[in-house]
Design a protein around this ligand. Structure first.
Ligand code: PAF
Length: 322
């Protein structure tokens, strides 16, 4: 029997066992009841099923294995197996992926999912190989909205001077500078404490994350800016994946695709119920805003961060997808 140690690809030969069995750890930063947890559990259940029990899995939620940037580094050096992460820090490793983080690029969930499931999505997954990361499947975090503890935000001007936690992502930071806020990049496991202690006034994340993280305990206002679609992605370590047979690699792909489908279904469920849940927990939710001034300010500041290096070809392809 082969056994992969938690979070690593070290293999211990256990003598005398009839059947090889390998265990993988699936890491993510959100709570064990979040949409990422649903995705991790679907990955594990599918992998166990299609492999006939040759592989087993364990979920490591809530940033147990570190923030998203740490976990991506763990995949590169082979200390982690499989990670579900937003694209937030991924552009620091695979710069072309920054295209997906541009504010006001995707029109709606259907547009984003169609693009990510198309050749465009596959090309970006393939590109990750150059950075020693195996892109298995595009999953989902959701459209991001702004929360804060200070005041209702209905216009970009209302964000003037707000210390707003962003992901470690230069496109997002430029967007919030453009909208007048003071962006403060921070790994997610530190965010709740930073909001609680007033180190930052606000943050931005999808409804899925605001609810899973109980941000109503530390934030009063939510504005449904929907300023950017936040993809998630199921990633593997090349140390793990390259050691597998072709058939085994197929099982991992199937598990990753099942994970993405389950996560998207959970995003749909939480999007439908989320606003009521936020209000029930005392948040003031601003649903109706004029997005045009947010779009103008964010796009003008953030798009050149990508286009100055990579041009507009990929963006034009994305926008053209129906
Ligand atoms: O804000 C972030 O860092 C991400 O959206 C999160 C919550 C870790 C999910 O990928």
């Amino acid at each position: 029997m082969k056994h992969v140690v938690l979070g690593s690809v070290a293999t211990i030969a256990l003598m005398g066992a009839a059947q090889a069995q390998q265990s993988v750890v699936v890491g993510h930063t959100l709570s064990p009841t979040s949409h990422y947890a649903v995705g991790a559990q679907a990955f594990i259940a599918t992998l166990e099923e299609v492999s006939g029990g040759a592989f087993t899995g364990t979920e490591a939620p809530a940033g147990q294995l570190g923030g998203e940037r740490d976990m991506i580094e763990g995949l590169q050096i082979g200390s982690l197996d499989v990670v579900i992460t937003s694209t937030g820090p991924l552009g620091n490793f695979v710069p072309e992926v920054l295209a997906l983080d541009l504010p006001f690029l995707f029109r709606d969930y259907d547009h984003a999912r169609t693009v990510l499931d198309s050749d465009i999505g596959q090309e970006l997954l393939d590109r990750m190989r150059d950075s020693d990361i195996v892109g298995l499947a595009w999953s989902e975090n959701g459209f991001r909205h702004v929360t804060n503890s200070q005041r209702p935000v209905t216009r970009p001007e209302d964000m003037a001077g707000l210390k707003l936690r962003t992901m470690e992502n230069r496109v997002h930071m430029a967007a919030f500078e453009g909208m007048g806020a003071a962006p403060t990049p921070m790994a997610f496991p530190e965010v709740f404490g930073a909001l609680q202690q007033g180190v930052v006034d606000g943050q931005e994340n999808p409804i899925t994350v605001i609810t899973a993280s109980r941000f109503w305990e530390v934030q009063r206002y939510v504005t449904l800016t929907g300023h950017v679609y936040s993809p998630a992605v199921v990633l593997g370590s090349p140390f793990l994946i390259d050691g597998l047979s072709e058939e085994e690699q197929g099982w991992f792909l199937e598990a990753a695709r099942a994970s993405a489908a389950a996560t998207r279904a959970e995003v749909d469920r939480l999007e439908a119920e989320g606003v009521a849940l936020l209000r029930d927990n005392g948040m003031e939710v601003i649903t109706e805003i004029d997005r045009a001034p947010f779009q103008a300010a964010a796009a003008e500041a953030a798009w050149p961060v990508y286009t100055d290096t990579f041009g507009t070809e990929l963006l034009e392809r994305i926008i053209a997808v129906e």
